[in-house]
Design a protein around this ligand. Structure first.
Ligand code: C5P
Length: 223
């Protein structure tokens, strides 16, 4: 457990399928932390764009983002967009395809990052995404960069989707992940990269528990 009265921030970045969400969620449970899934926020903005048919009208979307309300419930298990539970909508193939193009818009990132930093003030937190270690919480107490081969990441996502009876092939998942990697790492604003002071964890061939135990041990060794 994190010591009472000591506000701890753990930031974690990595590409799609690197295990961030599952690992961060479990570390949050083990250490009694708030959990912030920053990707869910960009996904919610993508749902906002689709619902209002402004995917191509970025200036209108920016205005909507400035006034929308994005809230988490059950410590990150549910996400509400203007009071509507969009936890299922944010995971659709349509959102997967569009989200990286919406997330590259600097004005949108600016609004979302402000919101993320506010959540970070609420208490000890583990936050994961693409720019948590570099932009959102550059002074985080702990920084981790999770990675795995694209084949392994695609396989993980494919198995997850299969469990939900989604009719999709492994090849399609791998293509979608590779395209998103390319967009997330090459964009001008806040591209995905490992912070210099982040601990790199290659999760290829490792179980979730192994990665969780490693992170918990790192945090406990300095607390
Ligand atoms: O983490 P997840 O795969 O749900 O993120 C969805 C997308 O949101 C990413 O591919 C990326 O384009 C965007 N994102 C981002 N910055 C973050 C988190 C996610 O740009 N901190």
């Amino acid at each position: 457990m994190i010591k009472i009265g000591h506000h701890v921030t753990i930031a974690m970045d990595g590409p799609a399928g690197s295990g961030k969400s599952t690992v961060a969620r479990r570390v949050a449970e083990k250490l009694g932390l708030l959990y912030l899934d920053s990707g869910a926020m960009y996904r919610a903005v993508t749902v906002l764009a689709i619902e209002n048919e402004v995917e191509k009208d970025i200036s209108k979307l920016i205005e909507l983002v400035k006034t929308c309300r994005i809230e988490f419930m059950d410590n990150g298990k549910k996400i509400l967009l203007n009071s509507e539970d969009v936890s299922v909508q944010i995971r659709t193939p349509e959102v997967n395809k569009l989200v990286a193009d919406i997330a590259k818009v600097p004005e949108i990132r600016h609004e979302i990052v402000k919101h993320q930093r506010k959540i970070g003030e609420e208490g000890s937190i583990i936050a994961e995404g693409r720019d948590l270690t570099t932009i959102v919480f550059p002074d985080a107490d702990f920084k981790f960069y999770l990675d795995a081969s694209v084949k392994e990441r695609a396989k993980r996502r494919f198995l997850e989707l299969q469990a939900h009876n989604t009719d999709i092939t492994l090849e399609t998942v791998e293509t979608e992940i590779s395209e998103r990697d390319e967009k997330d790492t090459s964009r001008e604003h806040s591209p995905l990269r490992a912070a210099k002071d982040a601990i790199r964890v290659d999760t290829t061939g490792k179980t979730i528990d192994e990665v969780v135990d490693f992170i918990v041990a790192q945090v406990n060794s300095r607390n």
